[in-house]
Design a protein around this ligand. Sequence first.
Ligand code: APR
Length: 226
Amino acid sequence: MNGKIVILTGAGISAESGIKTFRDADGLWENEPVQVVATPEGFEKDPKRVINFYDERRRVLKNAEPNAAHHALVKLEEMYSDNFLLITQNVDDLHQRAGSKRIIPMHGELLKVRCLGAKEHIMSCTENQPEKCPECGAKMRPHIVWFGEIPFEMERIQKALAECALFAYIGTSGVVYPAAGFKQIAKMSGARVVCLNLEEVGGGYTDEFIQGKAGDIVPRWVDGLK
Ligand code: APR
């Protein structure tokens, strides 16, 4: 395949690693209201509840390992190198632990926190989040993009979508913008659009739908691109 390849992943790619998705049965948003734990207002109102929510997810992540789908995308990156970009909505570090390098964690990273001081110091946090910034003493928050905030590296993402010949979205329900709109941008740029997911997600602009569990269908799909 000539041209650039852009991949977008969502929570479904980490499901087989034991990480809960958001909108499946017993998903994260079934047990914790989004407004309370995933908005700046929620953090303002009850920071302890928000920090507990993210510390619990950090504990779960410690016992999780990348699965065959994460590893298959590393192989794809090795095949396409500079013509490859992985955009993930996930805040777990499973893509990075599998070896993905050309990656944009557009919704932030669970294992990082940043302070609310002027310098916005960012530091790693694998377990319980510190109360105060060790650099400047300011309050700390999860380094996560909450609802109502702008995802990271949107310019770089827009540029990649405008230039790609193949766009695949994997393990995402495609309901949260701006990521949900990426398939349309890619399609309008002339790319072939492929969806790999456990269940069909609507929204058009898709040339091919491959159904199944990511751990099964992604390695097979990558092998087919050789
Ligand atoms: N293999 C492939 N797909 C799967 C698997 C699996 N093993 N398990 C679940 N899925 C699919 C589901 O069918 C669903 O379509 O993964 C998708 C998960 O959808 P969501 O739970 O909505 O997760 P996601 O699309 O990543 O959510 C996007 O919403 O709440 C925000 O910031 C949060 O990044 C998140 C964004």
